[in-house]
Ligand binder design. Structure first.
Ligand SMILES: Nc1nc2c(c(=O)[nH]1)N[C@H]1C(S)=C(S)[C@@H](COP(=O)(O)O)O[C@H]1N2
Ligand SMILES: [Mo]
Length: 459
């Protein structure tokens, strides 16, 4: 430090002490501001006086007014019941989703603002000591922090693509395939108590094989979900923290059940009751919704784990490349079972695949950021990513997935048949993890090349 600088610091210290705090920040509400913070934040000589926000705004922070990215209201919201927002995947950086960008699926138009001092969690049913836990009690127990994705069961479904086309037809401008079709997933660091810790406290009785978790929010239909007890004993968490702060109201304040790697509907927000039982309870959200209709007319239920999945987020259809030359292709890969082991990228329509660099550390059941240097020569080309998890399971194409789903119920399925099911039923609606192809056009614009060729029916 040179002497001029140390002089200046001395001056600042002295002047703060002399002038008192009111000299800073144009006299804005300072009562709750600590002296050190004011000196740092508001002193014009340090060049950090905020233009727009008030000191109070800065106490919780705010982004630059030049940043415009938002989690847009879900496609097809007009007329739909419930609240939904979509994560802006096209603008994601790294692997953590800031809470304001976390997607939202609320089965009701009501988001409760629960007083944590009044909220409790009861664990009952087939247990030795039925127990009511207050928030204070939960927070005294040993905790864990883990980075995990959450994904809505319906994410990437063909039904969302159809809705997107309808919205575009109505003149909506803010929607893209990357956000509109795929934006029901986010990744956060979740902090809480493992359910296994609580189950040990209450003593699980012999014969208990499932538990039913219920949300404490008042909805037209109660949000309740049956989960296998084995999952509960493994890595299910009662989470109260999200990215280093209290879980957001939209994400289930003050606590949510968090079931890593399982479809989003299992992660019951505002959880207030866990009942140990000896069978799945066939709740509304596992029988009349979130089931996959098969070609033979039978629906499969309790399909829970998200398959290996990846998406190139840049460039995607929300972007337009400004010209030829160097770009870093980037995207996210995740799976409900373990870690992502490999992501391959094609820039020539699938003729050749190159290994992308994976961001370290790789978390289990979490987004993994991948990156690959790329020089675009200006010619039209098709790009895509495909991932493999640590068990060697490879992400498939739409066609591959349809065969997989159909295999055990019918013999060979001709492609035309598959298309007909997609058009007429919700066969491909849930737990979709197809390879997403993007066409980079000569003008630099990017278009979806997975859903568009399949969905040929009138909107
Ligand atoms: N209490 C309650 N829990 C809920 C829901 C709900 O509507 N109410 N929606 C479920 C669904 S379908 C999903 S995908 C996730 C969404 O969680 P998020 O809104 O935090 O993204 O929460 C699940 N848990
Ligand atoms: Mo969901």
């Amino acid at each position: 430090m040179n002497s001029k600088m140390s002089d200046r610091r001395g001056f600042l210290k002295r002047s703060a002490a002399l002038a008192g705090l009111a000299a800073f920040a144009n006299g804005k509400a300072l009562a709750s501001v600590t002296p050190g913070l004011v000196t740092g934040v508001a002193d014009t000589k340090l060049g950090v006086t905020p233009d727009e926000p008030t000191i109070q705004d800065l106490l919780y922070g705010g982004r630059s007014s030049y940043e415009k990215t938002i989690a847009i209201p879900s496609i097809g919201t007009l007329g739909a019941t419930g609240l939904r927002t979509l994560t802006p995947l096209q603008d994601t950086i790294g692997v953590i989703t800031p809470a304001p960008y976390h997607y939202l699926v609320q089965g009701d138009t009501h988001i409760p603002n629960i007083d944590p001092s009044k909220h409790t969690l009861i664990i009952h049913g087939m247990v030795d000591r039925p127990t009511v836990f207050t928030m204070e009690e939960l927070k005294r127990l040993p905790s864990v922090s883990r980075v995990h994705f959450l994904e809505c069961t319906g994410n990437s479904g063909l039904a969302h693509y159809k809705t997107l086309l309808q919205d575009l037809k109505k003149g909506r401008k803010d929607v893209s395939v990357i956000q509109g079709v795929h934006g029901r997933t986010s990744t956060s660091e979740w902090t809480g108590v493992l359910l296994s810790v609580l189950l040990k406290e209450v003593g699980v009785q012999k014969g208990a094989t499932w538990f039913v978790a219920e949300g404490g929010d008042i909805q037209a239909e109660l949000h309740a979900k049956s989960i296998p007890l084995a999952k509960g004993m493994d890595d299910v968490m009662i989470a109260y923290g999200q990215n280093g702060e209290a879980i957001r109201r939209e994400q289930g304040y003050p606590i949510r059940l968090f079931c890593p790697g399982f479809q989003g509907v299992c992660s019951v927000k505002h959880v207030s009751s866990i009942k140990l039982v000896d069978k799945a309870y066939m709740m509304q959200r596992e029988i009349t919704a979130y089931t996959n209709l098969k070609p033979n007319g039978m629906a499969s239920r309790y399909e829970s784990q998200v398959g290996p999945k990846s998406l190139i987020t840049f460039p995607s259809d929300a972007h337009k490349l400004p010209g030829t030359g160097f770009y870093e292709l980037s995207g996210i890969a995740w799976c409900g079972r373990g870690k992502i082991a490999r992501v391959e990228v094609t820039v020539d329509g699938g003729r050749t695949w190159k290994d992308a660099n994976l961001q370290q550390p790789i978390f289990s059941k979490a987004w993994t950021r991948f990156r690959l240097p790329w020089t675009w020569n200006g010619a039209e080309t098709v790009i895509a990513s495909r991932c493999t998890n640590e068990f060697g399971e490879l992400q498939s194409t739409m066609e591959g997935l349809a065969k997989l789903w159909g295999d055990d119920v019918t013999p060979h399925i001709p492609a035309a048949e598959i298309e007909r099911w997609w058009a007429n039923t919700n066969i491909a609606e849930f737990l979709n993890n197809p390879i997403q192809f993007w066409t980079v056009k000569t003008d630099g614009s990017v278009a979806d090349a997975t859903y568009a060729p399949l969905y040929k029916l009138p909107v």
